[in-house]
Design a protein around this ligand. Structure first.
Ligand SMILES: NC(=O)c1ccc[n+]([C@@H]2O[C@H](COP(=O)([O-])OP(=O)(O)OC[C@H]3O[C@@H](n4cnc5c(N)ncnc54)[C@H](OP(=O)(O)O)[C@@H]3O)[C@@H](O)[C@H]2O)c1
Length: 202
């Protein structure tokens, strides 16, 4: 059994990840902290540091947080770009940057991206761009992590559990059950792979 910190645990992707982490001791966190063990804001490095200090020893971090703004490219504001980049890109990078100082030897990080960087749809340019950047970050930074630390990213299509929110934006997409996406998180945490983008698509 490993100690796994799951950030964004109460979200739809967090619940999907949780389904693949059943054999572990999972410590949950989110921005509000509602129904979680800890509060954390991934856009704030001090907050991330405080989370890792408070938890103590841990083997893995699974981050399922990455807020994205949706609008057509021509009307997307600087603020919307900034908000998306600070959360889905810089926030996730900082979870790794800060976490390296606290995670155990041979620990692992698992981040979140999303299928829209390879299957674009209207209004999702910020999500697609930051998802692509996170996939690249993971593939490349895996070569620089010390002490046998691994890193992967799960790149899923839309969840069945989120189809009521995103379905209208995504004609022709086939949603997948959260449990299937949970398997990708499980493969990342329990396997020996590193630097991989784990696509889950139908
Ligand atoms: N849902 C899908 O079908 C799907 C498919 C592919 C990829 N994704 C990606 O998965 C990610 C999560 O999506 P979701 O559907 O799970 O969203 P969600 O249901 O809205 O959940 C978001 C979670 O993130 C937490 N959160 C938001 N901002 C935070 C911050 N700054 N610091 C810490 N926690 C924060 C929220 O915590 P509080 O509630 O406490 O604020 C909540 O637990 C997104 O990047 C999305 O693009 C989603």
């Amino acid at each position: 059994m490993k100690t796994v910190i799951l950030i964004g645990a109460q979200g739809k992707m967090g619940q999907a990840a949780l389904s693949g982490l059943k054999q572990h001791r999972v410590i949950t966190a989110s921005r509000s902290g509602d129904s979680c063990d800890f509060q954390v804001d991934i856009t704030d490095k001090d907050s991330i540091k405080q989370l890792f200090k408070n938890v103590g020893d841990f083997d893995a971090v699974v981050n399922t947080v990455g807020h994205c703004e949706y609008a057509p490219f021509q009307t997307m504001t600087d603020d919307q770009w900034h908000t998306t980049i600070q959360s889905k890109l810089i926030g996730q990078i900082n979870v790794v940057k800060v976490g390296i100082d606290y995670i155990k030897d041979s620990g692992s990080f698992t981040l979140i991206s999303g299928i829209l960087n390879v299957k674009p749809i209207p209004q999702a340019i910020a999500d697609a761009t930051t998802s692509g950047a996170i996939d690249t970050f993971v593939k490349c930074v895996a070569n620089e992590l010390p002490r046998g630390i691994r890193i992967n990213v799960v790149n899923p299509t839309v969840l069945e559990e989120a189809w009521d929110i995103y379905g209208e934006m995504m004609p022709g997409f086939q949603p997948v059950p959260g449990q299937l996406v949970g398997k990708a998180f499980e493969r990342s945490v329990d396997g020996f792979i590193t630097g991989q983008v784990l696509f889950v698509d139908a």
